[in-house]
Structures are given as structure tokens and as C-alpha cells.
Design a protein around this ligand. Structure first.
Ligand code: DGJ
Length: 727
């Protein structure tokens, strides 16, 4: 997987279908050479391949030994201060106030497998022959600062992960201002930039535009990865589609402030980058200490967006998600949030549970409002003690009554938040993120707990453990409902204040590591006002994320489509809710709501007592269908046959063994007098025969893929689920 050509000073990283190459110019300076379709033949020596003559255009060579200006050569990892004028990946301030870092080759090592990142989530291997890792150590010859660039090659499923560790061997304090996780200098800039902007209720709606000369990036400085932007982007060939064309994906395994983008220069080259957002970032690294930047996951495919997505999906569902639920079918839940809000008592919940058990659901999830005196969103976050006004016999009694119905019991928390009206806040008014003598802006009447303080993290671990120990709780919904403002910590001195956002994320990860290790039998689902923290960092601890508070089936088609560009359907929580929909007021058939939800982690978020007998029967059928084909949705390969921008959507999920194909097709917008559409499947074997379970018709894979299946989108909000079994 990793070949080091010592004679030509080349490092050739090969996955099953890709090559990634860089070399050491004059034996010291790492220059990026190639990333794309796997090269089968030897690469020439860098000097005979690369045209360095234009490198004289700008400044003269800073370092005479190098003999070139670095401004127009593709750097493997750039630093601020010398003659590379583009935005650097690394920027630090030294005790004398200077900001120049020059990195030169020091050493390298290649080993089988992949090591964990200290304190941070990351992809992993289960045995060492699944991947190989190259660690390239670079050092500043003047001050001794070291950077270790780490590359792990997953031959299957075709991905390369990167991260950076800074080792302060300077003997002095160094102030880090930017330590990006990955940079790739492309020789051309004629690509499209595709990213996933959004907002509450309309998360991850893809945008794509040609790269222009200059900087284009997406970022978050909200303290969380956010719904406004996702730490994912792709550079695509202008003509790349779902099925063909070059696509380069970048994704950051991190849940805090990030930057991700591309800078195209006037010479037609492009620098792609991803990492912790340097804006408002500073980290003081004492002599002898290390700083670990998060992991970036890089995926190239010449099979278009679909090819890229399938690689991310496979890597994430098998080597990012962890724990006993990774490979297990999850629970079909009924959640009371859209049924009752916070206005419930034990009887209401038991009534919802009883009907859910009759219909065949696995678990009842009690959402917000069971603790403190939380009758609305104005109080009690932080007071993780049962509200005995609503649940007079406590949680254990309720959970056991639910269990007696044959259901498991799940519970909602929002552990990272504190309400000013709470005993916790009255006892510890400095436990929230705040700046002394300034307004503490509230979001949904709440403040953010300061997780950069170990004692605050310990309190959260203690309180949640106490609740989880107090009752048979099989599932936790972990919510997070506002962004950070007035970013200051009572636990950090002046020199370390700007470290708060990163230290917060480290504190959060420590809490999650502790709780998920302590309670391996509990399924954790991440949530953030819906899907405002849908990132690989959270998926490492919790194998599913509530995709959006927008539960309307049509809107979900768009949100789930955008999300699926990077994240697999098995990570998306998706529920059937009532009509008219609470968010947009639209009424859609129960079938469509079911078809949209069952592609993800399925459940109901309504009181099933309110369904008529016909609807109850349909719900039973949905549950049966999901039990039968859920594994295909969640472990099969996704092919997006029709994307929702066309007013229709069609997805096909092809089971790992290729024997079952489940296709969901839906009309999202009506077109009057619409012609019949022929939906061409993908991912089948041309010569194999497939029987349609609905009609009994047998088709060849070739016919299904070249001619297609007839679908008449005669009415708005019609949907069908077709199953093809190989015969
Ligand atoms: C926001 C979540 O996205 C909802 O599903 C629900 O849990 C509410 N918070 C509860 O406050």
C-alpha cells in the first residue's frame, strides 16, 4: 500500500483504485505530485517530471539550498513565513515574536495498521493488515519544531486519512495559530466546489459552483460543526455526475470550529485544505508538549459522486462507528416529542408505549421534560434529577412498566447545557461559557456548559451515570441546542482563553469516551436541534444522529440526500410523524413518510393511538418491511438513481452479497400530465436475473440498468418501494 522509492525520494500511497504521491525536493522539501486514479507504472524522478522553472516568477529562493521559490510549487504541507505566499496550513508565533516556520525532511517510518489519535476520534483498524501508515517527520532546522504528518492508507475501501502532530522541541513556548489537518495542492483549479450548507430544519442542502480565483471556503466559528456548514466538501470535475467523473472528497473527524475550502491562485493551481478553524484559535504549546490535530478523511473516485459516497459510507459504517451497535440492527423507536412536547405524565407515556408495543415497536424514548421542573424550555437544564411531579414513582418504575410491555426504554438528555433557572446554575454560575461583566446571551433560554473545565465534565459524567444506573435505560438521545457566544472560561487564564473552543471539544470527547465505555449496552444517538452536529467525530461515539427536526417526508428527501453525499443512511435517525407536519404544515401519505424514514434508523414520533385502524395496519406493515429489509438499507451500497432536485427521488440499496436490491422511488413535486419515467438501476450484475417481489416479473440486471423500471409520477407525494431478489 505504501511504497517508498528511496532513490527518487518518492512516497507512493496506493489504495485499491487510487494513487497519492509526493516526493522530497532536494531530499528535504515535500512536494505534492499526484492524487487520482491508481498508477500502474513507475513514477519518474521529480525533477524530470515537474517544471520548476516557473517557480522563479515570484520571490527569489528564500533558502539558497532549495534554489526555488516555493510560491508556485505544490507543497505537501505549507507553513507561514517564507516564500510560499498562499494561505498556509501551519502558522505559529515564537517567543521572540517571529512567525516563520520552515519544515524540512527529518525522517519517516511506515508501519502496519493505524494508531489512535490522543484524545480525538478517528477511523481505526481491527487488525493491522487492514491499513498501512506512513509518518513523515519534518523539522525546522533553526528552532527544532517538529511536525509529524501521518497518512493511513485503507486499501479497502479506498480511502486515505491524514492528521498532524506538532512536537515542541524548541525548548520554548510556541503559540500555535493554525494547524490544519490536511492540505492538497492541485496542479489545476478547474473544478467545482461542492459543499453542504444549511440551517435548522433544512440541513445539508448541497451547493456546487465552479472554483474561482481566490479563496472559497466554508467554516464554523460557532463552537460546533453546525448546520450552517458541514466539515465536508468535494472538488469535482465540472462534468462529474452521480455516476462518472473525478471527485475528491474531504471530511474532518471533528465536532468543533473548522475550516474547509480551496484557494485558487492566478497560475491556475488550487490549494484544498481542511482542519480546525484558525479564526479565533490559539493554542499555547509548552516546551516538550505535543498538539494533536484532528483526522481528515480523503476520498477520490472516478465514479462520480456516487462512487465517492459509497467509499465514505463503507469506511464510516465499518471503521468509524464503534461499539456493539455498529453491526447490529438498531431499535425501532417511538419518541414522544412531537406527540406531547414537555406536557406529559407517566400515564401519557404509558399510553403511548402500550399502543407502540401492540404495533410492534421496540423501544419507547422519553424526550425532553422529565427532569428538574421543566414544563417548558425556560428551566432545569443541568438539574438531572427526575421530576416526581410528572413521574411520581420515578424513572425506574416507569422504565420497568415500559419493559413489562415488551419495550425497551430510552431517555433524552442535553448534558452540555445549563439553564439560568436551575439549581446547578445557582450553585455554579461560573460553569457556563461567559465573559465576566458581559451579557450572557441565551439561546433557547440556555447557556453552554464550559467543558474546557475538567470539573464540569466530571459533573456531567457523574450525573448521567447516576441516571443510567438508576433505571434500565437502553438508549440515550444526546441533544445540543445552541451555539457558543461570549466565548470565555473562568477556568482558563488570559494566555489560554482562545483555547476554549478546542478544549471544549476535547472535554466533550472525554465525556463521551467515558460514558460509551462505561455503558456499552446503551445505544447513544446524537442530536443538535436536529442535525446541527452531524459530523464524523460524533459518529465515532454515537453510531447515529437525528438527521433533522424537519420530519416532513418531502423535506427529508432533500436533507437525507445531501447528508448521504458523505454519511451513510445507517447513521441517520428518521421517524414517521403526524400530518399536517408540525414544521411545514404539509400532509403526505403514511406510505411516503414510511418510505423516507425506513431508509434511515426508523421510528415513529407521534402517538400511535391517534392513528385509525387502516393506518395502524399500515404501520404494522411498515415495521414488518423494515425488519425484513433494514439490513439492506444499512449495510448495502447506496445508488442515488434520481436526485431530488428533479422533483423526484429514487435510491437503490444493493445488499452486500448482491442478492437483494431495495429501491425507493417518490414523487416530491407534481408535474401535470407527466410522462412515465424509466428509472435505471445501478450496481447490479448485468447477466444475473432479478425477480421483482411485488410483480413477480423477472428481469436481467442488464435490462434493469439499461432500460429501467417504469414509474408514473402521476400524483404528488406518491412513493413505491420495490424489492428485486436475484434468482
Ligand atoms: C431538539 C431536538 O432536535 C428535538 O428532537 C427534541 O429532542 C427537542 N430538542 C427537545 O427539546
Amino acid at each position: 500500500m505504501i511504497h517508498v522509492d528511496a532513490q527518487n525520494q518518492l512516497f507512493h500511497l496506493q489504495t485499491a483504485n487510487t494513487s497519492y504521491l509526493f516526493g522530497l525536493y532536494k531530499g528535504v522539501y515535500p512536494i505534492h505530485l499526484y492524487w487520482g486514479r491508481r498508477l500502474q507504472t513507475a513514477f519518474p524522478a521529480m525533477e524530470s517530471f515537474y517544471d520548476f522553472s516557473h517557480a522563479w516568477r515570484n520571490l527569489s529562493a528564500g533558502d539558497p539550498a532549495m534554489g526555488i521559490s516555493l510560491d508556485t510549487v505544490p507543497a505537501e504541507y505549507s507553513t507561514f513565513g517564507s516564500n510560499d505566499m498562499r494561505t498556509p496550513a501551519f502558522h505559529a508565533v515564537y517567543p521572540d515574536g517571529t512567525r516563520l516556520t520552515e519544515l524540512r525532511y527529518h525522517s519517516h517510518t511506515v508501519y502496519a495498521g493505524k494508531r489512535p489519535l490522543a484524545g480525538l476520534p478517528a477511523t481505526y483498524v481491527e487488525c493491522d493488515d487492514e491499513a498501512q501508515t506512513l509518518e513523515l517527520t519534518l523539522q525546522d532546522p533553526v528552532n527544532g519544531l517538529r511536525l509529524v504528518l501521518s497518512y493511513t492508507v485503507f486499501e479497502q475501501p479506498d480511502a486515505i486519512t491524514r492528521h498532524v502532530r506538532v512536537e515542541n522541541l524548541t525548548g520554548d513556548t510556541v503559540r500555535l495559530r493554525s494547524v490544519l489537518s490536511a492540505q492538497v495542492d492541485f496542479k489545476e483549479s478547474d473544478y467545482d466546489f461542492l459543499h453542504l450548507p444549511g440551517a435548522w430544519l433544512r440541513e445539508r442542502h448541497p451547493q456546487r459552483h465552479p472554483v474561482f480565483t481566490g479563496m472559497q471556503s466554508v467554516s464554523s466559528a460557532r463552537g460546533t460543526s453546525s448546520c450552517q456548514h458541514n466539515p465536508f466538501f468535494a472538488l469535482t470535475a465540472h462534468d462529474a455526475t452521480e455516476t462518472h467523473g473525478d471527485v475528491y472528497g474531504f471530511n474532518l473527524v471533528y465536532s468543533g470550529n473548522f475550516t474547509a475550502g480551496v484557494e485558487a491562485d492566478p497560475y491556475g493551481t488550487a490549494r484544498a485544505f481542511i482542519g480546525i478553524n484558525p479564526f479565533d484559535f490559539e493554542y499555547t504549546l509548552e516546551a516538550g508538549d505535543c498538539f494533536q490535530a484532528p483526522e481528515a478523511v480523503l476520498v477520490y473516485s472516478d465514479q462520480g459522486l456516487g462512487g465517492m459516497s459509497r467509499i465514505y459510507h463503507k469506511l464510516y459504517r465499518t471503521r468509524l462507528c464503534r461499539g456493539e451497535f455498529r453491526d447490529r440492527e438498531r431499535y425501532i423507536v417511538v419518541n414522544n416529542w412531537e406527540a406531547t412536547g414537555m406536557n406529559f405524565n407517566a400515564d401519557t407515556i404509558l399510553r403511548i408505549g402500550k399502543k407502540a408495543a401492540e404495533v410492534g415497536v421496540d423501544m419507547l424514548v422519553l424526550d425532553d421534560g422529565w427532569f428538574g421542573h421543566r414544563d417548558n424550555d425556560q428551566s432545569s437544564l443541568g438539574d438531572w434529577y427526575v421530576d416526581t411531579r410528572k413521574l411520581p414513582n420515578g424513572l425506574r418504575a416507569l422504565a420497568e412498566q415500559i419493559q413489562a410491555m415488551g419495550l425497551k426504554f430510552g431517555l433524552w438528555f442535553e448534558p452540555e447545557m445549563i439553564s439560568p433557572d436551575s439549581d446547578c446554575y445557582r450553585a455554579h454560575p461560573d460553569w457556563c461559557i461567559h465573559v465576566p461583566n458581559r451579557t450572557r446571551s441565551e439561546g433557547r433560554n440556555q447557556l453552554v456548559m464550559d467543558l474546557s473545565r475538567p470539573e464540569v465534565c466530571d459533573y456531567i459524567i457523574e450525573r448521567l451515570s447516576a441516571i443510567l444506573d438508576s433505571a434500565p435505560i437502553a438508549y440515550v438521545k444526546w441533544d445540543y441546542n445552541r451555539n457558543m457566544s461570549e466565548i470565555g472560561s473562568a477556568g482558563l487564564d488570559a494566555a489560554h482563553q482562545a483555547e476554549l473552543p478546542h478544549r471544549y471539544v476535547l472535554g466533550l470527547y472525554r465525556i463521551l469516551e467515558t460514558l460509551t465505555t462505561r455503558y456499552p449496552q446503551v445505544l447513544f444517538e446524537s442530536c443538535s436541534s436536529g442535525g446541527a452536529r452531524f459530523d464524523p467525530g460524533m459518529l465515532y461515539y454515537m453510531p447515529q444522529t437525528w438527521c433533522s427536526d424537519e420530519t416532513d417526508a418531502v423535506e427529508r428527501a432533500y436533507i437525507q440526500y445531501g447528508t448521504s453525499l458523505c454519511y451513510p443512511y445507517c447513521t441517520m435517525g428518521a421517524h414517521v410523524t403526524t400530518v399536517p407536519n408540525h414544521q411545514v404544515g404539509r400532509s403526505t401519505p403514511l406510505e411516503l413518510r414510511g418510505h423516507m424514514a425506513m431508509q434511515g434508523q426508523f421510528g415513529y414520533e407521534l402517538d400511535l393511538n391517534n392513528l385509525n385502524p387502516d393506518e395502524i395496519e399500515k404501520a404494522r406493515q411498515q415495521i414488518a418491511l423494515y425488519r425484513r429489509y433494514g439490513a439492506v438499507f444499512h449495510t448495502g451500497d447506496l445508488y442515488r438513481l434520481v436526485t431530488p432536485d428533479s422533483g423526484m427521488m429514487a435510491n437503490a440499496f444493493v445488499a452486500e452479497d448482491g442478492r437483494t436490491v431495495v429501491m425507493v422511488v417518490a414523487t416530491l413535486q407534481a408535474t401535470p400530465n407527466c410522462p412515465v419515467k424509466y428509472i435505471r438501476l445501478q450496481g447490479l450484475e448485468e447477466a444475473a436475473s432479478y425477480r421483482c417481489a411485488e410483480t413477480g416479473t423477472v428481469y436481467s440486471g442488464e435490462v434493469l440498468m439499461r432500460v429501467g423500471v417504469a414509474y408514473c409520477p402521476e400524483r404528488e407525494h406518491v412513493s413505491r418501494l420495490l424489492v428485486f431478489e436475484r434468482v
